[in-house]
Design a protein around this ligand. Structure first.
Ligand code: AHM
Ligand code: MG
Length: 337
């Protein structure tokens, strides 16, 4: 098994390989500490009074849970003072959070979904934090939150780091700085992340798919065709039996794919066509697509590589199809047919 801590991994990526800057190393360490704090809060559950509704809606019009709000605050507080960031953006905030003038400004932009899988919080199923890091363009206007939004509108190919934490039976941090994908496990006694897997590779073939089947009647024809063929199993054109899993926390579904392969789909459907999809490009689809590609998998909308989408707004939604390369290529091909 691989050895070392997150701190050692980041030091080697910076000092020995020159893949990351000292500021990016610091940023990732701060995010990892925030994820530890979120993990502790989640672990208290009812005893910490953290479950239930916050009594507010976010910009997407979704009811916020107490833990959505708390996780967002933990990430903001942890990151605003360090001097490594120009601004932050979150699923839970309408506009970017610019760095208060009393702190130095840095060159990075941090985006996050502070607590992904909100519907699973109160039922004790795995949830997580997703994050993405971009460089702030030179001369970007950060004079107000409204003006700062433009700095974030960069394609996923511009990401310099991305990752997610899964708060499950164990707390994991899965990270890429563009040099493959590594997995760290939280050592709760010592309070740090330990490297437990490096060079994560998603198998190109799979017999496992993840999709919310209750939306079937709203799907487009290529998705209908692909899922019908998988359901036909050995009797159909794909010639093998498939298994289905749907946790409804993207972090948990993607982590299963990182571990043993699979295909995850939240495709475009007719009931959300005007919104563009369900999942958010900047802090869900892009970081996951970066991680999946770094692990040898593929991520598309069905029609386009996710990482090449030029965003036009911070909270933009997109269809997401990602995971084992040969299966993603198959359904992407069905969209082109
Ligand atoms: P959230 O960020 O508000 O939690 O929403 C995103 C989640 C994903 O984690 C998950 O894949 C999807 O929504 C589940 O959607 P559904 O409830 O339609 O199955
Ligand atoms: Mg989410």
């Amino acid at each position: 098994m691989a050895q070392g801590t997150l701190a050692r991994y980041l030091t080697e990526e910076q000092r020995d390989k020159g893949v990351i800057t000292a500021d990016l190393k610091f940023l990732i360490e701060i995010v990892s500490r925030a994820c530890q704090a979120i993990s502790i809060a989640i672990g208290k559950g009812s005893l910490g009074g953290v479950l239930g509704e916050a009594g507010s809606d976010n910009v997407q019009g979704e009811a916020q849970k107490k833990l959505d709000v708390l996780s967002n605050e933990i990430l903001l507080d942890a990151n605003e003072w360090g001097g490594h960031l120009a601004a932050m953006a979150s699923e839970e905030m309408d506009l970017p959070h610019t760095i208060p003038h009393r702190y130095p400004q840095g060159e990075y932009l941090l985006l996050f979904d502070p607590l992904d899988g909100s519907s699973n919080i109160d039922v004790n199923v795995s949830i997580g934090t997703i994050f993405s890091v971009l460089k702030c363009p030179e001369g970007a206007d950060l004079s107000s939150p409204e003006a700062a939004e433009a700095a974030f509108l960069q394609p996923g190919t511009a990401q310099v780091a991305a990752g997610y934490a899964v708060y499950g039976p164990t707390t994991l941090l899965v990270l890429t700085v563009g040099d493959g994908v590594v997995v760290f496990t939280l050592d709760r006694e010592h309070g740090h992340f330990v490297l437990t897997q490096d060079n994560v590779q998603i198998p190109a073939d799979t017999k496992e798919f993840a999709i919310n089947l209750s939306n079937q009647r709203f799907w487009e024809a290529p998705v209908q065709r692909y899922v019908a063929e998988m359901q036909q199993g050995t009797a159909g054109p794909l010639g093998k039996d498939y298994n289905m899993r749907w946790v409804a926390s993207m972090v948990a579904d993607v982590h299963r794919i990182m571990t043993r392969g699979g295909i995850f789909m939240y495709p475009l459907d007719s009931k959300m066509k005007d919104k563009g999809g369900k999942l958010r490009l900047m802090y869900e689809a892009n970081p996951m697509a970066f991680l999946v590609e770094q692990a040898g998998g593929t991520a598309t909308t069905g029609r386009q590589r996710i990482l090449e989408i030029m965003p036009n707004q911070l909270h933009q939604r997109v269809p997401v199809i990602l995971g084992s390369k040969n299966e993603v290529d198959r359904i992407t091909g069905y969209h082109a047919a």
